[in-house]
Design a protein around this ligand. Structure first.
Ligand SMILES: [Zn+2]
Length: 112
């Protein structure tokens, strides 16, 4: 016999809690949904991807805030970046108070 009967049953539950990093991760299907919603443009200024900037997925919340379900398409907004460049929407959204408020509002819009 090639296969032995194992006395120990398979565990029914999945791996324990995900790490904060895993919860904050944007999976490909989630990114694809957000990308489709954005129409390939920055969801704030409407800029399409260009040579001088990239379009990035901005997290509405800080990574560690996400629950076990992780990041959904409503939790990310496609913005022009990089966030390290102060002229971009991603920078504005991540580093200014009005930007963060805008992100939270945008999530409510995205949920509809
Ligand atoms: Zn923009």
């Amino acid at each position: 016999m090639a296969f032995e009967l194992r006395p120990v049953p398979k565990p029914k539950h999945k791996r324990r809690s995900k790490t904060a990093k895993q919860r904050g991760q944007v999976t490909k299907p989630v990114y694809a949904m957000a990308w489709e919603r954005s129409g390939g443009r920055c969801e704030r200024c409407g800029k399409a991807e260009g040579q001088a900037w990239t379009l990035e997925a901005a997290h509405v919340e800080r990574r560690w805030r996400y629950g076990q379900e992780g990041v959904t398409a409503a939790d990310i907004v496609i913005l022009c970046g990089p966030s390290t460049d102060s002229h971009t929407c991603h920078h504005w959204a991540d580093y200014t108070r009005v930007g963060r408020e805008w992100l939270l509002k945008q999530r409510e819009v995205n949920k509809r």
